[in-house]
Design a binder for this molecule. Sequence first.
Ligand SMILES: Cc1cc2nc3c(=O)[nH]c(=O)nc-3n(C[C@H](O)[C@H](O)[C@H](O)COP(=O)(O)O)c2cc1C
Length: 170
Amino acid sequence: MDVMDAIRKRYSCRSYDNQPVPDKTLRELLEAARLAPSARNLQDWRFVVVTEPEIREKLCKQAIRQEFVQQAPVIIVACSNNPYIMGCGQRIAPIDVAIAMEHLVLAATAKGLGTCWLGAFNPHKVRQILGIPSHIEIVNLLALGRPAKTAKSPDRLPIDHIVCKNRWTF
Ligand SMILES: Cc1cc2nc3c(=O)[nH]c(=O)nc-3n(C[C@H](O)[C@H](O)[C@H](O)COP(=O)(O)O)c2cc1C
């Protein structure tokens, strides 16, 4: 599948069939994340791949009001130990992690798997459950698995609405 096909096909999957994702597939997806760009190539992202049912269940309880997370056979907890702020004033941690996760997400789409980025979760509880040290930032959770049913992305704004040329003309 070419990249544009994967981009068009991806949607936030909120229904999983709970079949395990083979280790080999998981490794290939993590390889896609590993190859992502990062500021100064620091690669300060760390990923906790949760497949054990008891730990998943505990994590699901911290994914606020999102029952579908319970069905996903894999939850990836994306973290960063990068405390730096770039010259532009932006923090590196969430940007690097988001790029790596999107690499993984598109690779998963190309393999027919579904994903959903989760920002609604209790980071303190997730930290406790997984034993993540306090200096590590938990950026997001990602549900991953085989879709039980497909869905469609909500509409996007037209290009002319989000792009201007040469000067800010919005
Ligand atoms: C930073 C971020 C946080 C998100 N958090 C959640 C979440 O907690 N729960 C959820 O169901 N979807 C979450 N989403 C998915 C968005 O709702 C979804 O991407 C958006 O509605 C567009 O739909 P699509 O992904 O199907 O194209 C999140 C997406 C992003 C990028």
